[in-house]
Design a protein around this ligand. Structure first.
Ligand SMILES: [Zn+2]
Length: 574
């Protein structure tokens, strides 16, 4: 057993005191993850670790400790002894992926706080929390097993280190409620300042959870916890096996005045819940083969995030419709937005979703002014690949629900997912070789056959032109128009305008959004636009030949409601 003690006495300066007790093995090392599963960026949690010390418990003698790398330490001459390692963690990261403590909230992802004992990662873990008086009136929200909840200490357990870091916990003032979905208990704990209609949320979430459990036939958890933090405008979620941690704008939570048809804001929150909940099956239970025990010391690559994030993104919206929380018009609107995002992304012609998945660590998670030109999103395009796959499977007598159910059954037999799994299962389900589909739309950049496939299911896709004046996306600032993005090969790009330039004049007049639209949106030959701009503090003059850069946006029309229902209603016949 590995024993952790976390003390929060210095919450006001965001410091956690950690002690870890264990029996040392030969050449014992300890380490901290560099990333947290579900979020594919090296986060270097060890940069917040301070004053690491070790001692022999029986004698109190110090043990020599050497830092080996950014996230690893070596104990010397500690073999077979009971050792206590102590250190301090600075915890002031409000995201769902880190640790945050202040005078109102203790929120911990153990991946950011609890070191692993090399070679002993499979040992049972016990975590004792020492809670300051200030927090004693609050309840603890976590999916970890609480063996002792007598304040001011809590004792929690996990079956091993990987289970520990999959279960964040929070101690704060929370609005709590629970509901049953398919006889499974679900809890919701909302912290932060908000005014949520808990009854309404329970009703809608209950329907969404039921729909998902019914699609898979069962749930891979015994109970489930939604941990929600309400703020002014932060947004994000992280999936876990039997819980999720969400951060949301408080305006996305339903108030008592919430209309029967969810507002766009509330729909966004329900979509976030639906997404993270679906992950309990897809990515936490049905896993890429290398994420059963991921390498947390460095990037652990997969070309399959389009499956785990893309298919999840397809279902998160679809489940809002199937559960009856939104109607078919609202669902088709969500599909339209997804298609318009795809069409407005020139990078889809350069990067495939398989490449986008593999390079998530250095590209998707590190967006810059060139991302839209050269990259594509495995969420956005992945969701549309899933839509095309669903409709293609339906042409051959199957559907994506059946593929999901097959993946779930395989996972129950201990089989995980690699690059060959989906093409093989599609062949089994339809009797057809679908390798071409994966070749073109997953590993290649062939335009998705959205118009053709949707037409067969009663939806016509009409393209509308979207003009970027001079190929620029700008932000109005007191100094002028700040260029955020320059579309590759556009008039602005050809003239040398670059991201971060501030346009101050166009044809001798003060640069404004209106003026840019006027001089930069035409598509016929026109005289050059003379543009004055600052690059850093240096004034430059550009002569821009040509006008707007065209991309497309989609408009979707429902032509045949019955055929649409054949697709979006739960048509599973398994
Ligand atoms: Zn996700």
């Amino acid at each position: 057993m590995i024993y952790y003690t976390l003390s929060f006495a210095q919450y006001y300066q965001h410091l956690i005191q950690v002690k870890v007790r264990f029996k040392a093995q030969t050449q014992q090392k300890i380490w901290l993850p560099t990333w947290i599963p579900g979020s594919y960026l090296i986060r270097e949690f060890a940069r917040h670790i301070e004053s690491v010390k070790a001692l022999e418990v029986s004698t109190g003698n110090a043990i020599q400790l050497q830092k080996l790398s950014k996230n690893q330490w070596q104990l010397h001459n500690a073999q077979a002894n009971e050792i206590e390692v102590s250190y301090q963690v600075y915890a002031y990261d409000l995201s769902v992926r880190g640790a945050y403590i202040d005078d109102e909230r203790l929120y911990i992802n153990p991946a950011a706080v609890c070191v692993a004992i090399t070679g002993q990662e499979d040992s049972t873990v016990q975590v004792q929390l020492e809670i300051p008086e200030r927090f004693s009136r609050f309840e603890l929200a976590t999916s970890l097993t609480v063996v002792d909840g007598h304040k001011p200490t809590y004792t929690l357990t996990a079956s091993n280190y990987h289970a520990l870091i999959d279960q964040p916990f929070e101690l704060a003032e929370q609005a709590c409620m629970s509901f049953e979905a398919e006889n499974i208990k679900h809890r919701v704990a909302i912290s932060g300042r908000h005014d949520t209609d808990l009854k309404r949320l329970a009703t809608d979430l209950g329907k969404i959870c039921s729909s998902q459990i019914r699609m898979f036939g069962e749930a891979p958890f015994k109970d489930y916890l939604f941990m929600v933090m309400a703020t002014a405008n932060s947004y994000g979620g992280l999936e876990h096996q039997s819980s999720t941690s969400l951060i949301t704008p408080r305006d996305d939570l339903p108030k008592s005045s919430e209309p029967a048809k969810p507002s766009v804001n509330y729909q966004r929150f329900l979509g976030l819940c639906s997404h993270e909940y679906f992950h309990a099956w897809l990515v936490k239970f049905i896993r890429p083969h290398n994420y059963v025990k991921p390498n947390l010391h460095q990037e652990d690559y997969t070309t399959l995030l389009w499956v785990f994030e893309g298919i999840t993104s397809y279902y998160d919206d679809l489940m809002l419709y199937r559960s009856g929380v939104i109607d078919h018009d609202a669902y088709i609107d969500l599909v339209k937005d997804q298609i318009s995002r795809y069409l407005g992304n020139p990078g889809r012609q350069i990067q495939s979703v398989a490449e986008s998945s593999f390079d998530a660590w250095i590209k998707y998670y590190r967006p810059d002014e060139n991302s839209n030109n050269a990259g594509t999103s495995y969420y956005n395009k992945g969701a549309l690949v899933a839509l095309c796959l669903d409709l293609t499977l339906r042409q051959h007598g199957s559907n994506l629900d059946q593929l999901m159910q097959a993946l779930y059954q395989r996972a129950k037999n201990g089989q995980h997912v690699d690059e060959h799994t989906l093409p093989q299962l599609c062949q089994q389900l339809t009797g057809n070789d679908m390798a071409e589909f994966f070749h073109h739309y997953v590993n290649g950049t062939t335009e998705l056959p959205l118009q053709q496939l949707l037409a067969e299911y009663g939806v016509s896709v009409q393209m509308e032109n979207k003009v970027w004046p001079l190929g620029l996306k700008v932000q109005d600032t007191p100094q002028g128009l700040l260029v955020q993005q320059v579309l590759r090969d556009s008039a602005g790009a050809q003239a040398g305008i670059s991201a971060q330039d501030t346009l101050i004049a166009l044809n001798g007049l003060k640069a404004t959004n209106n003026l840019l639209q006027q001089v930069g949106s035409h598509t016929d030959p026109m005289p050059a636009v003379v543009c004055h701009a600052f690059r850093r503090d240096e004034l430059k003059t550009f002569e821009i030949q040509g006008g707007g850069f065209m991309t497309s946006a989609a408009k979707l029309l429902i032509e045949d409601k019955n055929r649409l229902r054949q697709w979006i209603d739960n048509a599973t016949k398994s």
